[in-house]
Design a protein around this ligand. Structure first.
Ligand SMILES: Cc1cc2nc3c(=O)[nH]c(=O)nc-3n(C[C@H](O)[C@H](O)[C@H](O)COP(=O)(O)O)c2cc1C
Length: 166
């Protein structure tokens, strides 16, 4: 497979729309993308009871391989109660226990953070920065935060895409 940036959407409304906008902008710059809407995975909520139960634990191999082979990750996630949504946190929890060497998924990987939230989304961006930094990712300093009164800026998107491709 050619090089690609993996764009993860943690909700299927405005944040998935934003994921598609990122995808279009990367394509214009000559970089392929893959988009995964995490809400379509339908993985159960991680608990230690499910972990190791072959009938109930999800198959994480496809997403694991997609992350492992990606050039970078773009995360589009709304703020839920001051943090990231369960769909994102749950995905990371399952990946962390299912992958043989899960640190390789995120360690030293470039991660760009974006949010379309009800408010400013600053808490969600901070929570995601904390989590991906903990996992060893190189989280890009500039982020995209949109809401209904803060419209999309193509200029900012081009700048962010350029930072990922640097
Ligand atoms: C359970 C829940 C909690 C939320 N908590 C916050 C919040 O803490 N801060 C905020 O700015 N918006 C909050 N929102 C609003 C969402 O961030 C906002 O509606 C977002 O645009 C939804 O993204 P979507 O269109 O991709 O589904 C919350 C929404 C839900 C459903």
């Amino acid at each position: 497979m050619d090089s690609y940036v993996l764009v993860l959407a943690a909700s299927s409304g405005k944040n998935l729309d934003l994921a598609h906008r990122f995808s279009e902008s990367f394509t214009e710059k000559g970089m392929e993308t893959q988009i995964v809407d995490l809400t379509t995975l339908h993985w159960p909520v991680y608990t230690s009871e499910l972990d190791g139960d072959p009938e109930r634990e999800p198959d994480t191999a496809t997403l694991s391989d997609l992350i492992l082979n990606s050039e970078a990750l773009v995360i589009c996630a709304p703020e839920y109660n001051g943090v990231m949504p369960p769909a994102l946190n749950n995905t990371i929890a399952w990946l962390s226990v299912q992958s043989d060497d899960f640190r390789r998924l995120f360690n030293n990987r470039t991660v760009l953070l974006a949010t379309h939230s009800g408010g400013g989304g600053a808490h969600c961006l901070m929570a995601m920065r904390h989590q991906f930094s903990f996992l060893g990712s190189n989280v890009i300093g500039r982020t995209m935060n949109l809401n209904k009164s803060k419209p999309f800026s193509q200029e900012k998107m081009d700048d962010l895409v350029g930072r990922v491709l640097e």
